[in-house]
Design a protein around this ligand. Structure first.
Ligand SMILES: [Zn+2]
Length: 441
């Protein structure tokens, strides 16, 4: 066994996480000087595993003997979280929950802790960000206090291993990874070396003891998880909280998931009592829908879930100079392109108009499926004609004024019917669609 766990020496850049076999003065990846730290790779596993570790002695077995089974899963008690995780929490998985500070990661995980505690599961909540009293105060507010939640402010990751061995939790919540520290390494908490070593220890706890571990990881304003890539490939699942904190809702996406696909999106509204799942995002986003010239509905696919959204456009005659074009929640270049297409093919004098386009509710539209609705909203504003209230438009508009079917076209039609929206029979030209909508003669 001692032969199999031979210590390997590695050098890791404390600035970017790049690994090297030999020391060098400057990191090739991030150009930082003197940032390489020496790491003995097996040091942690010796300390954690001890001489009784079985995994080192089982070297190989016949492939045919491997039993394939669904990993044990259980519900988090929050529908939208289960959805993003691929159908519930997988036992023994390591889940990174990332997002900007203040976006609600701790709140969501405290809610999960309470819901699981009520299912008689033991939850170990490791709070490095807030004092135990602060967490208790928040739990009181969220009505998330339960005797099965055990809290510690311990930040030494090896001490956490001992605590985990004593109380054998079903779930561990680490808030946050940036506050953990491995005393074998001289780097400060939050540095790449610490993130990496602490991540490895957590990975080991998860796999060896079957504990599901949720790890909070803060991201910087630039959108990278501080210290990040090292963690991303160490964990089973990376969940990202969308950072538009000015809105009363949050989107949770899986950027990586070993136990499900990454196309699912969870939608939550934020209330005083914490997050609530929004099972029907369309009605949520359309709650304050206006029916007036300049408004059109489109359907976007967030993962496999269709969401009906309102697109608004305002077209005003340009008073002087160069016309303004501003898009919010929609690509500005795409807007320019659609205006050029309208000018050319629908013979509308768009260059004489300032045009503003807005995706209502703040959900970003990233797919060309919204082209048709954006065009219709613009022309509806120019002409002062209101579109039918329940009409949902989707189609990609091409440079020659053609309308193309978008991916999952049939599914969108069916979804629209199911949600009681109308669609138009497929038309291959933009002008044809605009005429049918009585926006053009
Ligand atoms: Zn580097």
């Amino acid at each position: 066994m001692s032969k199999q766990t031979k210590t390997k020496t590695l050098y890791v850049c404390d600035n970017c996480g790049q690994e090297y076999l030999q020391w060098q003065g400057k990191c090739d990846q991030c150009q930082e000087w003197n940032s390489l730290k020496q790491i003995h790779q097996a040091a942690w596993s010796n300390a954690v595993a001890g001489p009784t570790d079985q995994t080192a002695t089982i070297k190989h077995q016949a492939l045919s003997k491997i039993v394939v089974g669904e990993s044990a899963r259980f519900s988090s008690g929050i529908g939208e979280l289960d959805r993003v995780l691929g159908g519930g929490i997988t036992q023994g998985s390591l889940v990174l929950v990332s997002g900007e500070p203040g976006v609600g990661k701790s709140t969501l995980l405290l809610q999960v802790a309470a819901l699981l505690a009520r299912q008689q599961k033991t939850v170990l909540y490791v709070s490095g960000e807030e004092s135990e009293q602060q967490v208790k105060a928040r739990a009181d507010r969220l009505e998330a206090v339960d005797a099965n939640i055990i809290i510690t402010a311990q930040s030494d990751v090896m001490a956490l291993v001992s605590i985990a061995q004593q109380i054998t939790p079903d779930i561990m919540i680490i808030d946050s990874i940036q506050t953990l520290n491995h005393s074998d390494y001289p780097s400060s908490p939050g540095s790449i070396v610490q993130l990496r070593e602490c991540g490895l220890v957590l990975q080991h706890i998860a796999k060896r003891y079957g504990v599901t571990i949720f790890v909070v990881g803060h991201v910087t304003k630039q959108g990278t998880i501080a210290g990040p890539k090292v963690l991303e490939h160490m964990v089973d699942t990376v969940l990202t909280f969308d950072a538009r904190s000015d809105r009363a809702y949050r989107l949770l996406r899986a950027e990586k998931n070993r136990f499900g696909d990454t196309t699912e999106v969870g939608v939550f509204s934020m209330t005083e009592r914490g997050f609530e799942s929004i099972a029907d995002p369309s009605s949520y986003f359309l709650a304050e829908r206006s029916v007036a010239p300049g408004s059109a509905l489109t359907m976007v696919m967030e993962g496999r879930r269709p969401i009906v959204l309102e697109v608004q456009a305002l077209a005003n005659k340009t008073v002087f100079g160069y016309p303004k074009r501003t898009a919010a929640g929609f690509d500005n270049n795409r807007l320019q392109l659609l205006l050029a297409i309208l000018e050319r093919h629908a013979k509308l004098p768009m260059s004489a108009y300032d045009v503003y386009v807005n995706s209502i509710g703040g959900l970003k539209i990233n797919e060309p499926a919204a082209d048709l609705a954006v065009c219709a909203a613009i022309v509806s504003s120019v002409k002062g004609v209101t579109l039918p209230e329940k009409l949902c438009l989707f189609g990609e508009v091409g440079l020659t004024g053609e309308v193309r079917k978008v991916i999952q076209y049939e599914q969108r039609i069916k979804s629209a019917e199911r949600l009681h929206y109308q669609t138009l029979p497929y038309q291959s030209s933009l002008v044809g669609v605009l005429r049918q909508l009585k926006l053009l003669n």
